[in-house]
Design a protein around this ligand. Sequence first.
Ligand code: FAD
Length: 488
Amino acid sequence: MKTLTIVGAGISGLVAGVYACRSGWHVVILEKAGNPGGVSTSWKRRGYTFEGGIHWLIGSKPGVPLNDIWTETGALAENNPVYFKDPVYTLLDGNERTSLHRDLRTLSKDFPEDRFFLALMRFHVWCFTFFHTPVQDIFGLKVRHPREFSILEFVKMGPAVLLTPFLMLFSARKYISRFRSRKLRHLLEAVVDPDINALSLIYTLSSFTGGDSGYPEGGSLRMARNMADTFTSLGGEILYRTPALKVLGSGEGGVVVKTQDGEIRSDAVIISADARTAMDKLFESPLQDGWARRMRRNLLTSQCMFIALGVKADLSAYPRCMKIMLRNPLMAGGIEYDSITVNNYSKEAGYAPEGCTTLTAILSGRSYHYWKEARENGTYAALKQQVIEDFIKALQETVPEVEGNVEVTDMATPVTYERYCDTFEGSYMSDWLPGHFACNAPMRYRKGIYFTGQRTAFSGGLPIAAETGRRCVQKLCRDYGVEFVSRS
Ligand SMILES: Cc1cc2nc3c(=O)[nH]c(=O)nc-3n(C[C@H](O)[C@H](O)[C@H](O)COP(=O)(O)OP(=O)(O)OC[C@H]3O[C@@H](n4cnc5c(N)ncnc54)[C@H](O)[C@@H]3O)c2cc1C
């Protein structure tokens, strides 16, 4: 039996682990943290569950190619049925409410002044109707359950493929700026970080209109635990709180992974920890290959601050996901926000004690250096507390029930993600800024050493983690002449 060490039990590492076990490898995963899932995680505080990862899961709709990965790895199982929220976002501006529904035609009724560009946007979204994250088998690999490759499916993706280079040239914000209505602009800016390319906006909207992108009950941690259980049931082993310190050896004659407890020898290693961090820290000396130099030079990271509140009030009269326009801007991490997007879990069973509500918010933007400096000069805790207080003040202008009823607060900054998961500048996702092409790490660095996860493919969160985890194991199996097995 060939042996494999995987660095990291994030979603990508778990996907790789499950497929490698099924294909007959003896697999050990080393995980720095105490839980599976990496940055895709949720946690409990005094009876409140805070969802710090999945907000929508591409591939949660049966029949979409990616759904096969989620079901084969046990990520989606009987204990986490998916529900598909609609409306996906509601804008709260004073007393007025406007919603973004999965049926985009409703926008034309609400914003007649933007009918023309809305029709154009719907056409762009339609072009992506048949475009799905491809889940294919690589060439030259022995596969037990080959995936069917239909020319028709490929042809149907044509419009999306043709449109892609155009949408990558400018930001979602620029795309949205053509709309006259300020409200419509704000509503659409809730969908993705508006500074990333317009492709992400259109792709995400098309997954909404196509009935995909649901939320699995129990959230990120239940999903990651399902995957970890599948992995261990196949004979895999996860060593938690065991960071990999160094990867030694060229790969060809096997590798040694150093941990604080000693050394683990195996035929191959898959590094699912952030490749940008790994290339500087995990090898005997920082990697100097062309791709590594390009990545050092060009990489732009997706960063966010995450705020969670446990509120002693029933907020079920408020929308599930609300974008709230603020009267006064909120300053957080050195960035000014004129709106906040708040997730309201009042209708989700088990997220808060009876009659109480969990609220969370993601504040997108690059604040790593601000928080890093605060950590170094000892102001980190006080600044965080200030942001939480200002956030609550801003929120209660629109949700007055919050006032005096917040009993639990929590906040993560990019420095938190860096500390827990060692992601570069605390980023949670690979990013493509407008006009930039990705600067990826190679999935097969050399025979015996592989990378997977957020830095090995284009922009995206969980779909990229899943697809690269699977493809990486295919490359490994091809190198070693092992048959790839995807299901029992
Ligand atoms: C607030 C938030 C909301 C999000 N919402 C969504 C969403 O709605 N939809 C979506 O698709 N995506 C979303 N994402 C993004 C998505 O969660 C991530 O892109 C994805 O989980 C990345 O997975 P990964 O396996 O590539 O990396 P990671 O999750 O970073 O996994 C890497 C793992 O390696 C471990 N590790 C690192 N260094 C070492 C070491 N030296 N030794 C051992 N272990 C190590 C880390 O602890 C971690 O567990 C969100 C992320 C955040 C933070």
